[in-house]
Design a protein around this ligand. Structure first.
Ligand code: DAH
Length: 373
């Protein structure tokens, strides 16, 4: 409550003294509470405004109302109080000004101070490797497709020609989602063990001809060690058209490996088995670490285990049984043919950068990651 001047009961020195004390106390309290210029202005107006400020009221209620014989006394008092008010208002102005100065002092920008350095992020070496491989295929006209990491049994296995209970399923140690038993097998959920299900998903959506690359994360129940991780990355490829031959597969992959590892690498194919390709093959590239000699700096070459060759991917001609699942969308196995391939981005990054422990890629130690930025 702001102070207001009250009428005096009488004009005795004692009453005057008491009333003056009350006024001075209010003056002190209000001036102590001033924090800034607008506080000060309100303070000044309260006490000194000519219309209804405290000083004007003092004049009206004390001096003018005083009887003749008390006028001198009251006049002196009022003059004294007036001085005190003027001093207080002036002092408060200085205080408000100082506060404003120190405020702008702390707001001031010192452009000579060193800035706050923010670390710039960079692609993770595995993603970088994957993107580089994808770019090789994009240059060949392949488009990029993706699919879900939580997959159904149908897309991950059945439509890729892994029949229920077929032993080929055992080659991929699968992480199943719990409590799926009440659903039909083909709808049961699991973490995809490879990027191959995106082959079927894409063929359901796009009619032939297609040429696609599929980068993505995959999961298997492999305990982590220097060359295994329960989560890893693959790059899948699929080309379907009329008259695609194994020659197209070899030519495409040989070109891709030369574009990725350097034009001097050679490729080699050896027979293999995958349920969704027939025939199937594993492709090897001549070791890009030792140049294929099996020795480096007269030491045995570790990455290729002295063989001069590194196994890089699985591939083959799309099995007609796979096309049967998407026959209605134009993939009649009597009319179209295709090749597919799949490789591990993690393993390629490991070999490319000469890293000897896969786990380093996933521990996210910036001292390790920074080397690839
Ligand atoms: N999906 C296979 C795996 O994870 C890799 C693979 C092999 C993919 C042959 C293919 C392929 O598309 O044709 O082991």
């Amino acid at each position: 409550m702001a102070y207001t001047v009250s009428k005096l009961k009488d004009f005795s020195p004692a009453t005057l003294e008491k009333a003056a004390e009350k006024l001075l106390q209010a003056l002190e309290d209000e001036s102590a509470a001033i924090k800034n210029e607008s506080d000060w202005k309100a303070f000044r107006d309260h006490w000194m405004a000519s219309k209804d400020g405290v000083l004007t009221s003092l004049n009206d209620l004390w001096l003018k109302a005083a009887p003749k014989d008390a006028k001198r006394d009251v006049g002196q008092r009022v003059n004294e109080l007036k001085k005190r008010v003027e001093q207080a208002v002036d002092g408060a102005r200085q205080k408000a000004e100082r506060a404003a100065d120190s405020q702008s002092e702390s707001d001031r920008l010192d452009i000579t101070l060193p800035g706050i350095q923010r670390l710039v992020g960079a692609e993770h070496p595995i993603i970088k490797t994957s993107n580089e491989m994808v770019a090789v295929f994009r240059d060949l006209g392949y488009s990029v497709q993706e699919g879900p990491e939580i997959e159904t049994d149908y897309y991950n296995f059945e439509s890729l020609n892994f029949p229920p209970n077929h032993p080929a399923r055992d080659t991929q140690d699968t992480l199943f989602i719990a409590n799926q038993g009440s659903k039909p097998l083909r709808q049961q959920l699991l973490l995809r063990t490879h990027t191959s299900p995106v082959q079927i998903r894409t063929m359901e959506r796009l009619k032939p001809p297609i040429r696609i690359v599929i980068p993505g994360r995959v999961y298997r129940n492999d305990p982590p060690d220097a060359s295994h991780s329960p989560m890893f990355h693959q790059i899948e490829g699929l080309a379907v058209d009329t008259n695609i031959t194994f020659g197209d597969l070899k030519g495409t992959l040989d070109h891709a490996m030369k574009a990725f590892f350097g034009s001097s690498v050679k490729t080699s194919f050896r027979p293999s088995f995958f349920p969704f390709t027939e025939p199937s093959a594993e492709m090897l590239v001549s070791c890009f670490v030792c140049g294929g000699s099996g020795r480096r700096d007269s030491e045995p070459c570790r990455p290729c285990k002295q063989t001069g060759w590194i196994e890089i991917l699985g591939c083959g001609m799309v099995d007609p049984n796979v096309f049967e699942f998407v026959k209605d969308n134009g993939y009649d196995p009597a009319k179209v043919s295709g090749f597919a391939f799949g490789m591990g981005a993690d393993r390629i990054a490991l070999l490319k950068y000469g890293v000897d422990d896969l786990q380093l890629f996933f521990q996210n130690d910036v001292r390790f990651l920074r080397q690839f930025a």
